[in-house]
Design a protein around this ligand. Structure first.
Ligand code: 4AD
Ligand code: MG
Length: 436
């Protein structure tokens, strides 16, 4: 078939070839036949196509090959593009030749029936081919692109921060590895500390990459490797920081609604729950949040971090994400700025997604006072020698600055409406899962 005069086309492009002959390559998803007419449905990543094979208008070898087709056989088909309003994508292909490029034994593990989640995760490399997983991948891609566009349009500079680090950013578990004669290196839990250095050089920056937490939590919100987008802005205070967050989230949601309707429909997402996501977002300070929670029966006390159940209670009835701000110092990381109006608390916020998806953003104004920061580093027993450079940012021209971290997978879970974070990334890393 390589001598064919017809061009290769992706399924999504076929409407522009109506009435013409093309070659299409893809994987078989279904076959059926009724004597002299057979149908093959193929998928090429861009779309789904029904191919019609009529015994009398096909070479004999091609007709015989039809009988060998199984799910996931990779095929190359030549034929004429025919407009058909009832067909998926609005076109069909009337085949003239059919060739098999890659056979697929009949034991393809993923069948059109219910499979258990462990089985599916063991076969993640194949599960990714399913329609639902493709829809999730596409929404994730749109969110990542929207993130980049948002910052690009606002003149932020992208700064790529290291994954191998000596300094620790957050409190949760660390992955350590030996690093030549330098002792332990830790896989980055955050790019923030480096982002702060870059903000003094470039004003408005963001980093966006994988981060790692050896958290022993088997919940639907925790991965051990997840992607985080972290902007850092010189001269933004905590209030400016929350404004940036609500604009950012609203932008991302609007982009998905604008460009990913088909995928959201495939995922049966109730998009009316996303259409209301517009600034301003409600803000509740931590102390009020505790009062509200206690009134709803939670026994969380002032000083505690909020649990998943508390977060769900706080967004009950909310039609957009909710900020909880100014948490107690002991519940949060060492770098957050002490609240001058209540030194028991720090200038920070968690943004809680509606519908029980929980915290999607953690943000704060950073401690910019050298002595207070030094004190906090000591209080947390962090290795001072690894933070000399970070303290330098407070020594040489300290500045008000704030930033936040958006967890990509939690955001994808919320926007797509899928209950568990493990389906939001191609190859999830969980406590008990390192392969495939
Ligand atoms: O609240 P976190 O720990 O904040 C930071 O890491 C800051 N350094 C961010 C900053 O100010 N630059 O994490 C930020 C977000 C969380 O809100 C959550 O969405 C996500 O990262 N996240 C996780 N996502 C998946 N699995 C995990 N184990 C996660 N831990 C945090
Ligand atoms: Mg947090």
């Amino acid at each position: 078939m390589t001598s064919s005069p017809f061009p290769y086309a992706r399924i999504a492009e076929l409407p522009t070839y109506a009435g013409k002959s093309v070659r299409v390559r893809g994987w078989v998803t279904h076959v059926r036949s009724s004597g002299k007419v057979a149908f093959v449905v193929i998928r090429d990543g861009s779309g789904i196509l029904q191919v019609v094979l009529v015994k009398n208008s096909l070479q004999a070898e091609s007709w015989e090959r039809f009988a060998t087709l199984t799910q996931e056989t990779c095929v190359e088909i030549e034929g004429e593009v025919k407009v058909d309003k009832r067909a998926p994508g609005g076109v069909e292909l009337g085949a003239t030749t059919l060739e098999v490029r890659g056979t697929s034994p009949i034991d393809y593990p993923i069948q059109p029936k219910e499979h258990g989640i462990d089985f599916l995760l063991d076969h993640r490399h194949l599960w990714l081919r399913s329609q639902r997983q493709r829809a999730i991948s596409r929404v994730r891609h749109e969110i990542e692109q929207a993130i980049r566009d948002f910052f690009y349009e606002r003149d932020f500079t992208l700064v790529d921060t290291p994954i191998l680090t000596a300094a620790i950013g957050e409190r949760s578990g660390l992955f350590a590895t030996e690093y030549f004669d330098e002792g332990n290196a830790y896989l980055a839990q955050t790019g923030q500390l480096y982002g702060e250095a870059a903000a003094a050089a470039l004003g408005k920056i963001y980093c966006f990459g994988p981060t790692f937490r050896a958290e022993k939590s088997k919940t639907r919100r925790h991965l051990t490797e997840f992607w985080m987008c972290e902007p850092e802005v010189a001269f933004n205070d905590s209030n400016d920081n929350m404004k940036l967050q609500e604009d950012f989230i609203s932008y991302i949601v609007a982009r998905c609604l604008e460009r990913k309707q088909e995928e959201l429909k495939e995922l049966e997402r109730d998009t009316s729950r996303l259409e209301t996501v517009k600034p301003p977002f409600p803000r509740v300070n931590y102390s009020d949040a505790i009062k509200r929670l206690n009134a709803k029966g939670s026994d969380t006390k002032w000083g505690d971090d909020l649990g998943a159940e508390d977060e769900s209670l706080l967004v009950e009835g909310a039609d957009r994400p909710v900020f909880v701000y100014n948490y107690p110092k002991e519940a949060k990381a060492f770098y957050m700025k002490e609240n001058p109006e209540d030194p028991r608390t720090v200038l920070c916020d968690d943004l809680l997604a509606p519908e029980g998806y929980g915290e999607i953003i953690g943000g704060s104004q950073r401690e910019d006072d050298y002595d207070r920061l030094l004190h906090r580093i000591k209080e947390e027993n962090l290795p001072l020698d690894a933070y000399g450079w970070y303290l330098d940012l407070r020594k040489y021209g300290t500045f008000v600055h704030s930033g936040f971290g958006l967890g990509l997978e939690r955001t994808v879970a919320w926007i797509t409406g899928i209950p568990h974070i493990r389906e939001t990334i191609a190859f999830p890393r969980l406590m008990n899962r390192l392969r495939p």
